[in-house]
Design a protein around this ligand. Structure first.
Ligand code: AMP
Length: 170
């Protein structure tokens, strides 16, 4: 299936100069949605994860159905102040300033094999911070999965030497 046919490009969102890759047409098309989760599961099954971590918020939209499909657990990585129990925090640099993400300290048992899922990798800062969070819990990131990879931004170079799957590349 041509998944790119279900991605909508929006120029200058959320700010001038950004070409936003909108996944909502893919989510709203039943065949494309089902295919993307089935294909994702196929691509990452070799990593043999025990848990999926989804990054707020579009990472939830793919990480959760993928965890259900693979018969494994799910944990959310969230913006600061959203998770109720004790958390680990990791900060990363943005173009201007920085941002922080949090993960429950007891999200999974120590030594778990964790697959990190997000909708898109751009500069890689979000995914790299999530890697640090998982390692802080005493577990291991065995792979990253993205629906979309923006190749020009070379986000992979920010990530450690762990397998990476992207369903689409631009
Ligand atoms: P980065 O940390 O630079 O890899 O940015 C990745 C995060 O920002 C992901 O959670 C994406 O949802 C979002 N993002 C960055 N650039 C875009 C884009 N061009 N279109 C859609 N989402 C984007």
């Amino acid at each position: 299936m041509d998944l790119k046919a279900h991605i909508r490009d929006i120029a200058d969102f959320p700010k001038p100069g950004i070409l936003f890759r909108d996944i909502t047409p893919l989510l709203s098309n039943p065949e494309a949605l089902q295919y993307s989760i089935d294909y994702f599961a196929d691509q990452v099954s070799d990593y043999q994860p025990d848990y999926i971590v989804g990054i707020e918020s579009r990472g939830f939209m793919f990480g959760m159905p993928l965890a259900y499909k693979m018969g494994i657990g799910f944990a959310p990585v969230r913006k600061p102040g959203k998770l109720p129990a004790a958390v680990h925090a990791a900060s990363y640099d943005l173009e201007y300033g920085s941002d922080t993400l949090e993960l429950h300290q007891d999200a999974f048992p120590q030594g778990s094999r964790v697959l990190v899922i997000d909708d898109l990798i751009a500069t890689g800062g979000t995914a790299a911070a999530t890697y640090d969070l998982v390692e802080k819990t005493g577990s291991t990131v065995v792979g990253f999965g993205f629906v979309i990879e923006l190749l020009a931004l070379e986000g992979r170079r920010k990530l450690p030497d762990v397998p990476i799957t992207a369903l689409m590349q631009y």
